[in-house]
Design a protein around this ligand. Structure first.
Ligand SMILES: *[C@@H]1O[C@H](CO)[C@@H](O)[C@H](O)[C@H]1NC(C)=O
Ligand SMILES: *[C@@H]1O[C@H](CO)[C@@H](O)[C@H](O)[C@H]1NC(C)=O
Ligand SMILES: *[C@@H]1O[C@H](CO)[C@@H](O)[C@H](O)[C@H]1NC(C)=O
Ligand SMILES: *[C@@H]1O[C@H](CO)[C@@H](O)[C@H](O)[C@H]1NC(C)=O
Ligand SMILES: *[C@@H]1O[C@H](CO)[C@@H](O)[C@H](O)[C@H]1NC(C)=O
Ligand SMILES: *[C@@H]1O[C@H](CO)[C@@H](O)[C@H](O)[C@H]1NC(C)=O
Length: 507
């Protein structure tokens, strides 16, 4: 639902501007496509999910066409194209388009500019969506219509709902209809249509126990964070992650520098998970469900919580661990840089494993954290729920602060002006990272592994408090955890989230 705060702002400023310089909308966390064979942006897998799976994504309402047709699309900071499924597409005919689709025959502004030329291929196996490049009228939330917006319209593919990539235009799918490979993205168009002052927006996913968060294109809302927003200069991603032929020396995605990760157990004991001088590029990616950490860090966490790898390469723990008071704390841009604390309750539980596959009466839960894929560290939704992030494409900066939980008010919205200042930001953490190399990039994490179809829970070595003891009785007749062997899971194939990037395939 479009959350208009124009009236309140008008009072505060003494006038109601025709174009306030920002667009503030709710986003909604929803389970989508639970029957789809391949769930992208869920990066722990190397195989299609066959068990029932709950898949959370953060969707925003848009309209496409004239008269407008309503759809909800995944808001994805990790990619840069807007695409939607056509009603006649194979995925919609299979009944997967529960978030809406476009019927071109009912739109008088539908204009195909490159028939058959659209194919966005994400790095998950078989995860591509293909069809036509089209110019259409688009509204985001309740925005004014943005005419002749270039979008992809899928006729075939893996996904039943569209994606709204809000990243750099230099990370758009290729080939695309622009002779130079870069067409004006929706965010570009919001600026050129005068809706925003510059290409910057802030995103608040909110707690896992809430279904609504907010995005503000062109504004910062100080009620949604605690402490200070600190700027982080963006850096280059690992070599080879950008689309083919693009300038490898230019920032084209939201990579920041992670400098420390700490686990704090249920009684406050601290385990430092990263070495001194750790400096790792990490992608802030709302379109990826889990968080993918370097191999050494992930192995320590998996062992500490007794996570067990399933045949599907999910890492599973008893769901009761979500009530542990333990936390992870991430620090960016140097040891004095901003810290984001993430309770286990915001990490565990996005995806469940049936009781018949995990020896707990209620089944198991996805740990929400995995190892690196293709040398990438990705901070997905299991990190971003606890961070308030301002993404400033115009200045190659993000600003980050600890998110305030469950805040719905919009009384403190400040417009992001032209230039480079970000409301609420007064300091910058500048330490830059190197990329993953060697074993941290390539060695698969060691976790307890299932030996049969039933996975037996592991034994945590971290103190998870009551969550890991009383409420955690084994299902009758199940085996002991010492029957599991420590092995690496089957090698993940190319399983990079949609959000991670659009891998470009040249003709
Ligand atoms: C999106 O629109 C649907 C109705 O079309 C509404 O039920 C839902 O609340 C809206 N979601 C958001 C986040 O605005
Ligand atoms: C899109 O591109 C991918 C990767 O090249 C390919 O596997 C897939 O078949 C293409 N899809 C269509 C519908 O052409
Ligand atoms: C968009 O198109 C509509 C209908 O053609 C037109 O009335 C409107 O003025 C256009 N908007 C802009 C900003 O050009
Ligand atoms: C690329 O082409 C598009 C039009 O297709 C244009 O809007 C954009 O400014 C061009 N970019 C560069 C870097 O030339
Ligand atoms: C949701 O989580 C927050 C902490 O993040 C807590 O304060 C609140 O009580 C929870 N609400 C519900 C309904 O569980
Ligand atoms: C978390 O901490 C609170 C307060 O210290 C305590 O009451 C509660 O039992 C703890 N929860 C678990 C699951 O350990």
């Amino acid at each position: 639902m479009f959350l208009s705060i124009l009236a309140a702002l008008g009072i505060a400023l003494g006038s109601v501007a025709a174009s306030p310089g920002y667009l503030h909308y709710e986003i909604e966390r929803r389970l989508v496509n639970t029957n789809s064979a391949i769930i992208r942006r869920q990066l722990s897998f190397n195989a299609p999910i066959t068990q029932s799976a709950d898949k959370n994504e953060y969707l925003i309402n848009i309209t496409v066409g004239t008269p407008p047709q309503k759809l909800a699309v995944t808001l994805d900071t990790g990619s840069s194209d807007l695409w939607i499924p056509a009603a006649s597409s194979r995925q919609c005919r299979k009944g997967l388009c529960d978030a809406g689709s476009l019927d071109p025959s009912r739109s008088r502004t539908y204009n195909v500019i490159d028939q058959g030329g659209f194919n966005i291929t994400y790095a998950g196996p078989g995860d591509s969506d293909a069809g036509d490049w089209v110019q259409e009228t688009v509204t985001v939330g309740g925005s004014a219509p943005i005419n002749n917006t270039i979008i992809g319209v899928a006729l075939d593919g893996a996904d039943g709902h569209g994606v709204f990539g809000t990243g750099y235009n230099t990370n758009e799918a290729e080939p695309n209809p622009s002779p130079n490979g870069t067409y004006p993205s929706v965010v570009d168009r919001m600026v050129s249509e005068g809706l925003l002052n510059r290409k910057a927006y802030s995103l608040y996913l909110n707690d896992l126990n809430q279904t609504k968060g907010t995005v503000c294109f062109g504004c910062v809302d100080s009620t949604k964070y605690t402490g200070q927003l600190v700027a982080l200069p963006l850096q280059l991603g690992p070599a080879g992650t950008g689309p083919n032929g693009r300038d490898p020396t230019a920032v084209n995605a939201f990579y920041v520098t992670l400098t420390s990760i700490v686990f704090t157990d249920a009684v406050g004991a601290v385990t430092q998970l990263t070495p001194a001088n750790y400096r790792q590029s990490a992608l802030l990616d709302s379109g990826t469900t889990d968080t993918l950490l370097s191999s050494d860090v992930f192995s320590s966490i998996a062992a500490g919580v007794g996570a067990v790898g399933t045949a599907d390469s999910l890492y599973v723990v008893p769901c009761s661990y979500a009530s542990s008071n333990a936390t992870l704390t991430y620090t960016f841009g140097g040891l004095a840089g901003p810290r984001i604390t993430v309770p286990l309750s915001q990490v565990i539980g996005g995806l469940t494993v049936e009781p018949k596959k995990f020896d707990r009466p209620s089944g198991g839960c996805d740990l929400g954290i995995g190892g690196p894929i293709q040398g990438q560290v990705v901070l997905g939704d299991t990190f971003l729920r606890n961070a308030y992030v301002v993404y400033d494409i115009s200045n190659d900066i993000v600003a980050i602060a600890q998110a305030a939980g469950n805040r719905a008010e919009t009384s403190s919205i400040q417009v992001i002006p032209t230039g480079s200042s970000i409301p609420g930001v007064s300091s910058t953490a500048t330490a830059r990272g190197t990329q993953l190399t060697g074993s941290a990039a390539t060695v698969l994490p060691k976790v307890l592994s299932a030996t049969g179809s039933m996975v037996t829970a592991g034994t945590p070595t971290f103190n998870l408090g009551a969550a890991a003891t009383a409420s955690n009785a084994r299902a009758p007749g199940s085996g002991a955890s010492n029957g599991a062997s420590v092995v690496g899971p089957a090698a993940p194939k190319a399983v990079i989230g949609a959000g991670l990037m659009a891998i470009a395939f040249m003709l």
